[in-house]
Unconditional design. Structure first.
Length: 345
């Protein structure tokens, strides 16, 4: 039996007895640094992502913003999960699957719908079919096969699969090769403030939408919902006074918040039942989303078609027939009003 096969699972299995969603930590936590096991080198590392995943796509955003497209390779999965061991009737795990744009459309894990392979980028490093295969090549024993994956082609293993850490690796480790080495999204003088913002944005907003959507009991949902909208109100208030979350400088905290907000109106309001208010109804959050989206390199990390396709087709328990809502206008592409603040980024 392959490593981890007997315990293969997805985030939908990470539930507490009280019906609350409890996300587990990532398992590969190495860093790229001079003199270490994984030194910074051009063309040694490869990034595996899904546009649908906010954690993975924020790594792609920072890769693009730093100008590392020619330094770190990229593969993009199909947004619709598939059976990762289709020949084993006892292994029902579904997960991220690679495809080429020339491949035929996928159906949902329940066999519903037909979803094109546009914008997928196959795995040209290991030539595997599933992200699960990467984990098993790396000797994983945890059994949760997530993206992002930062892969080392030399040692043929996973360096890191924690998006928050990959952000910081991309921010500083490859400056000798970056087209935009001067961009610093985690400046030393702001780190305390950035960490303080991340400490409430992550549990109540980034993960808060999942805590709403994956809750299996009313009380757990109600608590997550209350915390989510209290924090959205808090962010709206901060952004009414400052251009960015920690003042007048763009940082990783803004990218981390943005990746949830860009999905909110099109997905979370419906799918995760976060229906108190749309983001486009918050004047400052709306224009903040517009500005971040229009920052060089970020737009290319956002694929709304993949985002909607993933959430509405990958989880048959939540959307049996894989119907994708049409959604509204692309308000995030309209001009923003944030220029009245003094920005340094």
């Amino acid at each position: 039996m392959a490593a981890g096969q007997y315990k293969a699972r997805t985030a939908l299995h990470e539930m507490a007895a009280d019906g609350a969603f409890k996300r587990t930590d990532a398992t590969f936590r190495e860093w790229i640094k001079p003199g270490g096991r994984f030194p910074p080198e051009a063309n040694r590392y490869h990034l595996y992502i899904a546009y649908g995943c906010p954690w993975a796509s924020r790594c792609l955003a920072v890769r693009n913003m730093k100008g590392l497209e020619d330094v770190i390779g990229l593969s993009v999965t199909h947004p619709t999960w598939q059976r990762t061991r289709p020949d084993d009737p006892e292994d029902t795990h579904t997960g991220w699957t690679f495809a080429s744009p020339a491949d035929p459309p996928f159906s949902s894990p329940a066999g519903q719908g037909s979803f094109p392979t546009d914008d997928c980028i196959p795995d040209t490093v290991n030539n595997v079919k599933y992200v699960r295969d990467l984990y098993e090549l790396a000797g994983d024993t945890a059994g949760k096969y997530t993206v992002p994956v930062l892969w080392d082609k030399k040692e043929k293993t996973i360096v890191n699969n924690e998006s928050a850490e990959i952000l910081r690796i991309f921010n500083s480790a490859f400056n000798d090769f970056a087209k935009n080495p001067g961009l610093d999204l985690y400046p030393e003088e702001l780190r305390k403030q950035i960490d303080e913002v991340n400490d409430w944005v992550y549990p109540t907003i980034n993960n808060g939408v999942y805590r709403c959507g994956f809750a299996t009991k009313q009380a757990a949902y109600d608590e997550a919902f209350k915390q989510l909208f209290a924090s959205l109100d808090r962010a709206e208030d901060i952004l009414s006074k400052h251009r960015y979350l920690v003042g007048d400088r763009l940082t990783e905290a803004d990218i981390r918040l943005f990746k949830t907000l860009i999905r909110f109106d099109e997905v979370y309001v419906v799918y995760f039942k976060t229906n108190k208010k749309f983001i486009h109804e918050y004047p400052n959050l709306k224009n903040f989303v517009r500005e971040i989206y229009q920052h060089p390199g970020v737009k290319e990390s956002v694929n709304i078609a993949h985002i909607k396709m993933h959430y509405f087709t990958a989880h048959p328990d939540l959307n049996k027939y894989a119907i994708i809502p049409k959604g509204g206008d692309a308000w995030w592409e309209e001009p923003h009003d944030r220029d009245h603040f003094n920005a340094k980024a």
